[in-house]
Design a protein around this ligand. Structure first.
Ligand SMILES: [Cu+2]
Length: 199
């Protein structure tokens, strides 16, 4: 497989554009590791997520380096939108889940704000080595603008912590919560989780 053919096929499969540097590193690794198409998506995501990026070490409050309107549209996507913790107990304490989100579009996307639907739940953005503060429910805690840039192809994690004991004895039973991510690409991205809480 030639280098250009590798780039073309991986780009076509994901239907997304990557920065040129990421593409060439990606295809070089790909040739070494495997030529099969099915693994490209998985490997590509893992390699890109593992790569250090210039923006990754900046404070979360830094403005994006280029405007979202530069070329085409950015698109913020999540791999699994709804997660189920199953049966969890108040006695066992807080539970955590990380959602993987990715800019699958052609232009940078800015993550502006993150907040949760209830005071028992917090959400933090983990991008590279950086982790934001944990944000809660509007009205209970301040929800500052964070302006975290996501370049095309970039991934981050949304770390959600749910405290099943936060509502006291009344919190027993099935629950559902939502984490909202306001972003420059369009309507807010909503991540949901469910659980059944026991004492
Ligand atoms: Cu709650």
């Amino acid at each position: 497989m030639t280098k250009s053919a590798t780039i073309k096929s991986s780009a076509a499969m994901e239907n997304t554009a990557r920065p040129e540097a990421a593409k060439s590193r990606f295809s070089t690794k790909l040739k070494v590791i495997i030529g099969a198409g099915a693994a490209v998506l998985v490997l590509g995501g893992a390699i890109i997520a593992a790569m250090p990026e210039p923006g990754a070490n900046k404070p979360a409050t830094v403005e994006p380096s280029s405007p979202a309107s530069a070329t085409g549209a950015g698109t913020l996507n999540v791999f699994v939108k709804k997660y189920n913790f199953g049966s969890i107990s108040m006695a066992a304490g807080k539970v955590t889940h990380r959602y993987a989100i990715r800019n699958t579009g052609m232009a940078p996307v800015t993550i502006q704000k993150m907040y949760t639907s209830c005071m028992c739940t917090t959400a933090a953005l983990v991008k590279g080595e950086k982790k934001s503060a944990a944000f809660g429910m509007p009205g209970h805690t301040p929800i500052p603008t964070i302006n975290v840039p996501m370049n095309p192809g970039e991934e981050a994690m949304v770390e959600v912590i749910f405290d099943p004991a936060a509502h006291g004895p009344a919190g027993v039973g099935p629950i559902e919560r939502v984490v909202t991510i306001e972003n420059s690409a369009g309507p807010p991205l909503e991540l949901a989780f469910a659980a059944t809480v026991t004492p």
